[in-house]
Design a protein around this ligand. Structure first.
Ligand code: UVW
Length: 319
């Protein structure tokens, strides 16, 4: 919702770099094209200890599921369990089979997830110039499906911004830039290379667990903040995938210009960088702090949801 004073994204990002057309007029996976067989094989060579980390947060966590304001956490409904066989009308199977069944009603972006490249837009156009009307009733273009069909594998670097800043969690509305990412990598003794998948830890969602409903008062997550230089750095570094442990991967409202989710547009819509959100990086970060190894093999494949604007995922890191 515009408050009338913030600039329009069309003006703010008028000169921002774009990858539209770079991989052809039909491309729907954007900067993930930077992860070819060469990058996959190189990433596999980083596996040495065999330690496996899963980055998904629990769906239906008894402590609550953090979601973007306006979305609701998944609800799981038990359909069948042992009590289903208490009554006379219970289903009967030869041999006496009983079983449990359940279902969830969930926002596709209500937990750890990949955004489709067409998930956000301005000016009537999605990633690669697709018409925003192609979203009506389901995404005909740049949905999450092509990302899910393809999968994501590459070299990832964990950038532990919370530890780098000597904090348990970053604060609401706290920002960091690409220069902070570079400084963090240097402090961790890891080289940032072209085509790296960036995993950024803030541990901000710890506050969701501590504050309960108060977490949403004046909601403004910490994160990367827009500047033309930052967008150019992401373009030059050919970053394929931005992965964080916050709900939206960037500072919610830009403190300079008051615009919401500028980087969703500058990085995802314009450069085609895949966004992976609401990850749990805690066990991985503790391990990296212990062994000092921050370059990682990363693999993820969101669920194949036709026309989906996003999809749940349980990314893997293997050391
Ligand atoms: C929005 O962009 C509104 O949400 P998400 O954090 O899922 O990308």
């Amino acid at each position: 919702m515009s408050d009338g004073t913030a600039p329009d994204l069309t003006d703010l990002l008028a000169d921002s770099p774009s990858n539209w057309g770079k991989w052809g007029p039909d491309d729907e996976v954007g900067s993930l094209n930077y992860l070819g067989p060469e990058q996959v094989v190189a990433a596999a060579s980083l596996i040495s200890s065999g330690k496996v980390f899963t980055l998904q947060r629990l769906i239906g966590d008894p402590k609550g599921d953090p979601v973007w304001p306006g979305r609701t956490p998944a609800t799981r409904t038990q359909i069948l369990d042992e009590s289903s066989w208490d009554g006379a009308d219970a289903p009967q199977f030869p041999g006496g089979l009983h079983y449990a069944d359940d279902k969830i009603d969930a926002f596709l972006q209500g937990s750890t997830q990949y955004d489709a490249l067409g998930h956000v837009w301005y000016g009537g156009q999605l990633y690669n110039g697709f018409d925003a009307r192609t979203t009506v009733g389901g995404m005909d273009k740049a949905s999450v499906e092509p990302i899910a069909q393809r999968g994501v594998v590459g070299r990832a670097v964990l950038l532990d911004m919370a530890r780098f800043r000597g904090k348990d969690t970053l604060d609401s509305a706290e920002t960091y830039t690409h220069e902070d990412l570079v400084a963090c990598a240097e402090a961790q003794g890891v080289e940032l290379r072209k085509r790296d998948i960036l995993l950024i830890r803030t541990n901000y969602l710890q506050l969701f667990l501590e504050l309960g409903d108060k977490f949403y008062e004046g909601f403004c997550e910490p994160g990367l903040v827009y500047s033309p230089e930052l967008v150019q750095w992401f373009a030059d570094m050919e970053i394929p995938n931005l992965v964080t442990d916050t709900i939206a991967n960037e500072v919610t409202i830009d403190p300079e210009n008051g615009v919401a989710l500028v980087l969703h547009n500058a990085l995802m819509r314009n450069l085609g960088i895949a966004f992976t959100e609401i990850c749990d990086l805690e066990a991985l970060a503790a391990d990296c702090a212990e062994d000092g190894r921050y370059e990682l093999f990363y693999a993820a494949a969101p669920l194949k949801v036709a026309k989906g604007s996003g999809s749940p995922v349980n990314p893997l890191v293997v050391k």
